[in-house]
Ligand binder design. Structure first.
Ligand SMILES: CC(C)(COP(=O)(O)OP(=O)(O)OC[C@H]1O[C@@H](n2cnc3c(N)ncnc32)[C@H](O)[C@@H]1OP(=O)(O)O)[C@@H](O)C(=O)NCCC(=O)NCCS
Length: 340
């Protein structure tokens, strides 16, 4: 059986919608209710108006005109220039016939043409599965193609409303430890006066968070690129909520980002949280996370969505904070890597 593989035209919205439908079905097949995927409007916006530092390329794999597999490549344009993120999905009824391998070979070839030699992939499986992904389709498929298992993640979620009394108690317990810092919370773009130090810290997330056996490179500090990424978020109708901690000189030394999708009634995404290593030990991690969630919940008391977050299984400190806030484990994930 041969797969016909074609790139998805960024302005062919029907093709993008079909791509998103297949990927949504596949992630739900893997981890059920816990499966979260970009919406079609989010993907359309990212494809039609890419930011300065991030590009998506989508592929359809069809047999006799029927869409049975998809491919997804994400590349960064200003940093991580040797890397590409790859994702292959095959409808359950057509698996173990080599279709996933055909799509992966195509993605690897396109990546090589783009000069990308470090290939990263993520895959999900149920929480009661093996922590090292043994037996999980995505991990076994990756291993069969030379992708080493680099880091195990756990997905957790908290159904809103969070217990306000618990959050307020966590905030009160942390407060005496960070009296020398100012917390600032807002929704929308990062204000100009703190953007420089926010970017200096947030671009270190990839290397400061646990990396397991993975090779990782930080991001580049580029104000224009960040503003273009914020423009994409606005096009995607994703509303960011930020809390930062500022030191006595007004520099960002801790931050957390929540992303609230305007086109998805089910999810809110907890994105990065990082405390500058020079400012650890002041409970700033719990302080910024709790303040951000409390601020969102105060502004939207009627919201009943689920806040979803991913942590490396070895990141005991962050997991402890999340569990105290009320997050509960729902699925596992793995980060795989291959060097061409
Ligand atoms: C992973 C996935 C794409 C594989 O698609 P597929 O078409 O079944 O893959 P192939 O038939 O090309 O499999 C190639 C080899 O991978 C390994 N493999 C694939 N699925 C496996 C499974 N469930 N268990 C064990 N090994 C598996 C086998 O070695 C297989 O060769 P074999 O069938 O001759 O034994 C598909 O299961 C899927 O869509 N999973 C969900 C999304 C995902 O996790 N993607 C991976 C991230 S890139």
């Amino acid at each position: 059986m041969r797969l016909a593989i074609t790139p998805v035209d960024p302005f062919d919205e029907d093709s993008i919608e079909a791509w998103v439908r297949l990927n949504t079905d596949v992630v739900r097949h893997e981890i059920g209710e816990a499966g979260a995927m970009w919406t079609a409007p989010e993907m359309i916006a990212a494809l039609q108006q890419p930011s300065k530092n991030r590009q998506e390329r989508l592929f359809h794999g069809t047999i006799d005109g029927e869409l049975v597999a998809t491919g997804w490549i994400t590349v960064r344009m200003l940093d991580n220039l040797d890397a590409a993120d790859l994702y292959v999905a095959v409808v359950p009824a057509r698996r173990r016939r080599g279709l996933g391998s055909e799509m992966l070979a195509h993605l690897e070839q396109v990546s090589a043409e783009l000069g990308r030699t470090r290939l990263d992939a993520i895959t999900d499986w149920p929480y009661d599965g093996a922590p090292d992904g043994a037996g999980a389709p995505g991990v076994e498929f990756g291993r069969a193609h030379g992708y080493a298992f680099g880091l195990g993640d756990v997905q957790r979620e908290l159904r809103l409303p969070a217990d306000r009394a618990v959050l307020e108690q966590l905030a009160a317990q942390a407060a005496p430890h960070h009296a020398d810092y100012e917390l600032r919370t807002w929704s929308g773009p990062i204000p100009d006066d703190i953007l420089g130090s926010y970017l200096e810290l947030s671009t270190r997330l990839a290397t400061e968070a646990p990396t397991g056996d993975l090779e990782r490179e930080g991001g580049v500090v580029d104000v224009e690129a960040h503003r273009s990424a914020e423009d994409v978020l606005a096009e995607q109708q994703r509303v960011p909520w930020h809390t930062v901690a500022l030191d006595s000189e007004g520099r960002v030394v801790a931050y957390t980002d929540l992303m609230v999708p305007g086109t998805d009634p089910r999810w809110i995404y907890q994105w990065g949280t990082l405390v500058d290593p020079a400012h650890r030990g002041h409970r700033l991690g719990v302080a910024v996370k709790v303040a951000n969630l409390l601020a969102f919940q105060t502004a939207h008391p009627e919201d009943r969505r689920r806040v979803v977050t991913w942590n490396a299984e070895v990141n005991a400190h962050m997991i402890d904070i999340n569990e105290q806030m009320g997050f509960r484990a729902t699925a596992r994930g793995g980060q795989l890597q291959k060097k061409l």
